[in-house]
Write a new protein. Structure first.
Length: 255
């Protein structure tokens, strides 16, 4: 990832890059496993918490095989571990790409980790408090006058955690675009020009993440994502303005 022109450090070979990648992946995995161990101690409470979006819609969850309760506890533990380890995982990702960046870009590490973690949690919270209650109300209401739901614990948890996970990933959009703007890959003007295509892509992403096909649930995710895209444009524009001001001040100082 590094280069002598950018970092002043010795050029690494492909083997060095692979070794560094292996080390960073290992540290991230260790953090997830440690967090999963903590999550497993609270698995029963977490499962109860994940059932809350279905309050009044579902009775007790059921299981259809002897190992299903164990699988459910493990799945919840891994999810909790991933959430707890998110700052560490993001920091390892940043540490891997950091040597290839210029000095001003390297200082973005804490912002990338802190803001990225917060955005992921915000996306998961949006799914938990908005998407899931609306989606479950819609889905479980279909045929409710002659069908009785009996949902297995593994399928319910898979449904809920998948929606929360991908909603969290989708909310990383402004973080990614801001970093790309800081390193000069994208500009605010380019983002404005690509707005129609970006909105179309975001609606498709929302349709894939949203578990139902009705427009209300689709809008619950698509509208926040469109808002995050507009926020990204504002942030990138502010970054460009700051960069121009710094360059102007530096040039005047040289005079």
């Amino acid at each position: 990832m590094s280069s002598p022109e950018r970092s002043g450090e010795p050029r690494l070979t492909l083997a060095d890059h692979l070794e560094e990648l292996r080390r960073r992946l290992g540290l991230g995995l260790a953090a997830v496993l440690f967090g999963a161990g903590i999550g497993l101690t609270q698995a029963e409470r977490l499962i109860g918490w994940l059932q809350r979006p279905a309050d009044g819609l579902l009775g007790r969850l059921v299981f259809f095989s002897p190992i299903e309760p164990l699988q459910a506890h493990l799945a919840v533990g891994v999810l909790a571990g991933t959430l707890l380890a998110m700052p560490v995982v993001l920091w390892q990702a940043w540490a891997f790409i950091r040597p290839g960046l210029q000095a001003p870009e390297r200082r973005l590490g804490l912002a990338f980790v802190g803001w990225g973690s917060a955005q992921f949690l915000l996306g998961a919270a949006c799914a938990y408090y908005l998407l899931l209650p609306a989606a479950l109300r819609f889905l479980l209401g279909i045929g409710s006058w002659y069908l009785e739901p009996a949902v297995s614990v593994s399928r319910y948890l898979s449904f809920v955690t998948t929606v929360m996970w991908w909603s969290g990933v989708a909310f990383e959009l402004p973080v990614v675009l801001w970093v790309l703007g800081r390193v000069g890959v994208v500009t605010a003007e380019w983002l404005r020009q690509q707005r129609p295509y970006a909105i179309l892509v975001l609606v498709i992403v929302a349709a894939l993440v949203t578990p139902t096909t009705d427009p209300v649930n689709l809008a619950l995710l698509a509208v926040p994502l469109a808002g995050l895209y507009e926020l990204s444009i504002v942030l990138v524009a502010a970054t460009e303005k700051t960069r121009r001001g710094t360059a102007r001040a530096t040039e005047e100082g040289r005079r």
